[in-house]
Design a protein around this ligand. Structure first.
Ligand SMILES: Nc1ncnc2c1ncn2[C@@H]1O[C@H](COP(=O)(O)OP(=O)(O)OP(=O)(O)O)[C@@H](O)[C@H]1O
Length: 265
């Protein structure tokens, strides 16, 4: 299903000062990418490829990317209006205060709030986000007391509570057990089915191949592939970008791959 992109991104080259050499180092080359309503796009690439940097650029936290949601330039919007368009789940959030889980999730409603109290729409969004991520039972627990996986699901709930049309999620399943990983990926697919555009950083190539409509692969800050997983994640790319070989198969007509062994690129 391809339609008008809900999310369109045009980045400019992003450089960082190289402390050792004294010159500048390219973090991210200029690139274009889009995500349509209904799509789950996996953002892939090895450690240091530039995935988090790209998500931060799209979220307006680093560098200057041109970002459009539904054809509207985000640059012209206020901070809160922008926050209502893009929900961003960063790779790591430091939460050192013993704030109750429900209050953490309620932070997702800040872009919607004009007064002090929560409206019924706020409460409904918070409740739905907590149910979808199975954290309702944790509502009163201090966030500092949770396990890594529980915390990850609470932070996803906070992003979902925004009810933005676009979700940017940086490794949302990294700390989760297999059951919760599949639960979150099922949820991302459901959100896309409801019309959202989802851009998600993943390291698990098997899950990316199975759950994403498209993958965008970064290598050394450059976009090296963009398309259906079965087409992009071929043997050549896996060897060149990840230095691995995979074993492949078909289940119920759907291709799958399992990273198998390290190879020389
Ligand atoms: N502000 C910065 N200054 C200097 N270097 C930076 C800066 N931000 C990111 N980098 C470097 O840019 C590269 C890309 O980092 P980034 O976090 O985007 O990678 P990533 O693909 O998300 O990796 P990972 O899979 O390990 O999370 C890394 O080499 C990182 O050290």
């Amino acid at each position: 299903m391809m339609s008008i992109p809900l999310l369109e991104v045009h980045t400019r080259p992003l450089l960082a000062r190289d402390r050792r050499g004294g010159g500048e180092r390219m973090l991210l080359e200029a690139l274009r990418l889009s995500v349509a309503a209904g799509e789950v796009v996996g953002l892939l690439g090895p450690n240091g490829a530039g995935k988090s940097t790209l998500l931060r650029q799209i979220a307006g936290q680093q560098g200057a990317a041109r970002v459009l949601v539904n054809g509207q330039e985000l640059a012209g919007l206020s901070t809160t209006a922008r926050a209502r368009q893009l929900a961003y789940l960063p790779q790591s959030s430091e939460l050192h205060w013993p704030v109750a889980v429900a209050e953490v999730v309620a932070l997702g409603r800040v872009p919607h709030r004009s007064g002090r109290g929560l409206t019924s729409a706020d409460r409904q969004a918070i409740e739905q986000a907590m149910t979808a991520t199975s954290v309702s039972d944790l509502a009163r627990r201090p966030i500092t007391s949770l396990s890594g996986g529980e915390k990850a699901r609470v932070l996803l709930a906070r992003a979902l509570a925004v009810e933005a049309p676009v979700l940017l999620a940086d490794e949302p399943i990294a700390h989760l057990d297999p059951g919760h990983q599949l639960q979150v990926l099922t949820l991302l697919r459901r959100l896309a089915g409801q019309g959202m555009a989802v851009l998600v950083v993943l390291h698990d190539l098997g899950l990316a191949a199975r759950w994403c409509d498209r993958v965008v692969v970064l290598h050394h800050g450059a976009l090296v592939a963009d398309g259906p997983p079965a087409h992009c994640l071929d043997d050549g790319l896996l060897a060149r970008v990840y230095g691995i070989a995979a074993t492949r198969g078909l289940r119920d007509g759907a291709p799958y791959l399992v990273p198998w062994e390290a190879v020389r690129p």
